[in-house]
Design a protein around this ligand. Sequence first.
Ligand code: GLC
Ligand code: GLC
Length: 660
Amino acid sequence: MTVSNENGQGLRPTREGLAYEADLSLRRLRPRLDAEWDRSQTPEEAICRFESRLAEHWPSLFMLLFELYGQRYDFFYHLEQILLTAARGWADRPEALRELDAHRINEPDWFQSERIVGGALYVDLFSENLGKLRAHIPYFQKLGLTYLHLMPLFAVRPGDSDGGYAISNYRSIDPRIGTIDDLRTLADDLREAGIVLVVDFVFNHTADDHVWAQNAQAGEREFQDYYYMFPDRTMPDRYEQTLREIFPTVRRGNFTWHEGMGKWVWTTFNSFQWDLNYSNPAVFRAMLDELLFIANMGVDILRLDAVAFIWKRLGTSCENQPEAHAVIRAFNAAARIAAPGLLFKSEAIVHPDEVVRYVSTEECQVSYNPTLMALLWESLATREVKLLTRSLSHRHNLPPGTTWTNYLRCHDDIGWTFDNQDAEAIGINAFDHRKFLNEFYTGQFPGSFARGVPFQHNPQTGDMRISGTMASLAGLEQAIEADSAELKESAIRRMLLLYAVTLSIGGIPLLYLGEEWGMLNDYDFVNDPAKAGDTRWIHRPKMRWEFLEELKDDGSIRKRIFTSAQRMIQLRKDLPALAGLQMELIATDNPHVLAYVRAHEGNRLLVLANFSDEPQTVAGNRLRTAGLGRFFQDRIRGTTLATSVDVTLEAYGFLWLERV
Ligand code: GLC
Ligand code: GLC
């Protein structure tokens, strides 16, 4: 299909040429596709819908696959297999989901509503199993959640499974948690309750006991090609020259020797997580099959795990490669055809410039916002919002039809992934600053309120990340130990301040469950040999339902955090200005106060947030010119204020202001 110029040299095919090829290939594949439909099972009308979406999205799917695999002699065979996989996925899609697909095609911005508020949890730690989780739907409703991310729940290898991220079978649930039918039932119940279901798609690697890995270990070439394997150190050594180490305290380097096969296996994360080889189209097809199977359980959003790592190229960091984007875009195009209601959320915990490259309607419609997360903690440590403001000023906007998830803590560590130039522009030395933040959040810096612990300290590079729960990092653990009313008050206010920002700044707020009542670090994880080596377990404690008894006790800290979070969530859902992403920063001339206006369809809300432990003032005329007119109301407290006087925020205080 390569066209030649007069001298007979190969040229890249033109876009028009490719469009023509796409059309031609579909006509050639037509008989195979027609034969695939079982018309006694799939209604004619459903086939028609598939066909019309195929006509719309096939050109992009074809071009992406051509970019990735077009040079192979067997390209056409793989193309056919991928198309048939998509058709089977649609044939297997339950009617209720097909209906939802139709709604979502008509209402593509459904996930940008102010009414979407998320929570994340580990099923086993929260409710033991999927069956019991259903009984907690009223709890999610009471808190106001409309989006639920269940941490990995598929069958995993025995022993350490990296918190479920070492999957041995994408089609069965970890038997300790339940069955596939339990997941289907839960998904139905959540849909009924208006709660969106989010599940991981762990597609960078499988566990070393996945059937593909087992076949590879049995010496089958076909399956060895599903992974990256090398007979000796030649290639691994060459790759290593430019690779980072993600889990350096677990094992040095990115490769693991497998005695049985006599080969080095590429393992970016733990030694038992084998990186999949997407340069092999059979891997793409096989994983598309798994993707559609998971979507058809009733999953609304797939969290694409570790997106940065899925393509390797010698001489690079093997992160964020152009082909990684092409692979995700191809999955997305296939999903538009076979499961059109499905969205992707990217987990790219990398440099902020790279994070946004995964976000578009053609790739991932939703993305974690790791930069905001890290800089909110940075602001609490420094008590200033300079770096946060600088970063937000040019990094908050995303393409239309996409959004952030804004979180404070998740199941992973905190890495200081801000941009060095953003820091330098305001006179901060990035290297020293990261060192300071690590000292601060591990409680070593004088005056620190935080009780975090190090994660993956690399003595060679000085790199380190932080583990710890939101409450422990915000000072509650230290305050409770000191039994100081004043310290407790500050810690609670810090937590509420962080909520006030993530619930209003633009994007889907995402709580890690337990945060809502101030769960502290759990130091007992060291007693479990499968967890002891990984400090992230410190912030993944078991849910203590007995603590919720305290929600009845008016004076309790837990009740105060819970009811405040709950109120802010309810309030958010009543403020149409908080839909979408649009956010405009307001200069307050006060280095401690973050200020921004949220606007959506003529509705406006001005948010002020004081990151210092002292009261701070913002000039009234600043607020007047930010569009508040003469009088405005704080929606949090219901008080009315005038812009004729300056506004004073108490220590860690915040306001959600609307013009009256
Ligand atoms: C993602 C997960 C993390 C896991 C890693 C490897 O980053 O969030 O928990 O360790 O991928 O799967
Ligand atoms: C995962 C890991 C985190 C690492 C990141 C790299 O999120 O949990 O530690 O920094 O991947 O992308």
